[in-house]
Write a protein that binds this ligand. Structure first.
Ligand SMILES: Nc1nc2c(ncn2[C@@H]2O[C@H](COP(=O)(O)OP(=O)(O)OP(=O)(O)O)[C@@H](O)[C@H]2O)c(=O)[nH]1
Length: 466
């Protein structure tokens, strides 16, 4: 995954690697090499130009910290610009909020479309598996009637996941007919939370397909329409995604076959060129080879920064950071003073606390405590088992909205991930991570166009931290 892009970037930046000082000319020369490297990896011309211009601007705007290696500072700038180019945080989860699923217990519909062979049918199964693991009850719909093999594949996926599949024997039905009948069947069954429609077709660009798709989208009222794009098709895939998005206004992209995409052209260009966020990545043929898109991790990977798992990280991933741990950590922190004061003690959080103004972290803490205490011990150790009906009961028991329970579980999931990630980091890296979380992810799920990093602080003491 992304091997060629990582190598090209490394080659372009290599002359600066061991230099103790950089002039602006050095940086400009190297970034021209980076731009050419990006073009070679099939990144859109516009994206390569804007990205390198932004990196140059950011390096000029920042006051260079004397105590820090200039190479590290340059890498930091490139990393930030890469993830800004790709990412929109807070839209990638397999949860009610990120997928806009209904909170009232009514049927939610997700519509997936994509070019033939892009992996749409497989992706429907991957999404179904993730949702099933989060406690949702699914039905899959094989609405790609032009391709009998696709229907058979969907049936095989359904039996592998033990999820019902709706399909029609008649090939005279249109995509709309199948989806319409499937929705009726799901409602009659009464035990389906999410209906996933596989509408991958033969000729997405022909007028018949467009009118059928438009009708399906209008009448089925899906909660989200996701475009499945084969990452290896690079710019051609991005161009098609843009045409379809301009016409149909989709909600996001799932990039498949990332495991065999060495170049990352589609990955880097997609958000800027189409305006759609990337939500998930397909990273293999198996149904569990599916990831929520994390632009931070991908940007690091592009720069060859390896995240090393540590023993403590493994422990976290093994599930030992439970809701009980979370609650007791919060309580310990609370003993040290009001939440607001404790949060201010965390590097980078001070500004965030000021920014949230009227919000009262102590009240939030009481609500969190109430929700966690309404769960069973088993649920606190295994939050994945909390399905929709339990979420409703927990909400009732703690006097909050089901959406608050969903949010807590989502935040906890994020924190669990962060804890495992931080376990393998140096103190400085941890400080960056917490600072980013405070200023960027936690309080601002849609990142601003520009982040103002504080490179002009007095950081002479930083070396003491290491
Ligand atoms: N390596 C890799 N292969 C994938 C991935 N996703 C899907 N595939 C493979 O891509 C091929 C096409 O997948 P399908 O799910 O049938 O694609 P489709 O878009 O529904 O195709 P049609 O039915 O022809 O429209 C299959 O061999 C899948 O196993 C992925 O993330 N990585």
């Amino acid at each position: 995954m992304l091997e060629s892009l990582t190598q090209s970037l490394a080659d372009a930046l290599k002359p600066l690697r061991w230099q103790s000082r950089f002039t602006q000319k050095d940086i400009a020369d190297r970034l021209e090499a980076v731009r050419l490297a990006l073009l070679k990896e099939d990144v859109a011309d516009e994206v390569a130009r804007i990205l390198t211009d932004r990196i140059i601007d950011a390096t000029i705007c920042r006051q260079v910290r004397k105590s820090m290696d200039p190479w590290q500072q340059l890498l930091r700038v490139i990393y930030e610009e890469l993830f800004k180019m790709m990412g929109q945080i807070g839209m990638q989860g397999v949860d009610a909020q990120s997928l806009n699923l209904r909170a009232d217990g009514e049927l939610s519909i997700l519509l997936l479309c994509g070019q033939p062979g892009s992996g749409t049918t497989t992706t429907c199964g991957k999404l179904a598996l993730k949702l099933k693991n989060n406690g949702y009850r699914l039905m899959l719909v094989a609405a790609d009637l032009q391709n009998p093999a696709g229907v058979e594949r969907m049936k095989a996926i359904g039996s592998q996941l033990d999820v019902p599949v709706y399909c029609e024997a008649s090939r005279n039905d249109t995509v709309f007919d199948v989806c319409y009948k499937a929705r009726r069947a799901a409602r009659v069954a009464g035990n389906v939370d999410v209906l996933i429609l596989d509408t991958s077709g033969r000729q997405h660009m022909d007028s018949k397909w467009i009118s059928n798709f438009t009708r399906t989208k209008r009448h089925m009222r899906p909660r989200q329409v996701l475009y499945v794009c084969d990452a290896t098709t690079s710019q051609a895939g991005v161009d098609t995604a843009k045409i379809i998005h301009d016409y149909h206004k989709l909600d996001g992209v799932i990039l498949t076959k990332m495991d065999v995409d060495a170049h990352g052209g589609a990955l880097l260009s997609m958000k800027h060129m189409t305006g759609m966020p990337i939500k998930f990545l397909g990273v293999g043929e198996q149904l569990d080879q599916f990831q929520e898109f994390d632009p931070h991790r991908i940007a690091k990977r592009m720069l060859g920064i390896v995240e090393k798992p540590s023993a403590a990280g493994e422990t976290m991933r093994d599930g030992k950071f439970t809701l009980d741990t979370f609650l007791s950590t919060m309580k310990q922190m609370k003993k040290r003073g009001p939440m607001e004061e404790v949060m201010k003690m965390i590097p980078g959080m001070g500004a965030a606390v000021e920014a949230i103004g009227d919000m009262n972290p102590d009240d939030d803490m009481k609500q969190i405590e109430g929700i966690i205490q309404s769960m069973t011990p088993h649920e606190r150790s295994n939050p994945d088992v909390i399905d929709i009906s339990r979420r409703r009961r927990i909400a009732k028991g703690s006097g909050v909205d089901p959406a608050d329970v969903n949010k807590l579980l989502k935040d906890f999931g994020g924190m669990q991930g962060m804890m495992s990630k931080m376990a393998g980091m140096s103190i400085r890296e941890r400080m960056w991570e917490v600072k980013e979380l405070g200023e960027y992810r936690l309080f601002n799920p849609d990142p601003p166009d520009e982040i103002e990093p504080e490179f002009d602080d007095d950081v002479e003491n930083e070396k003491d931290d290491e």
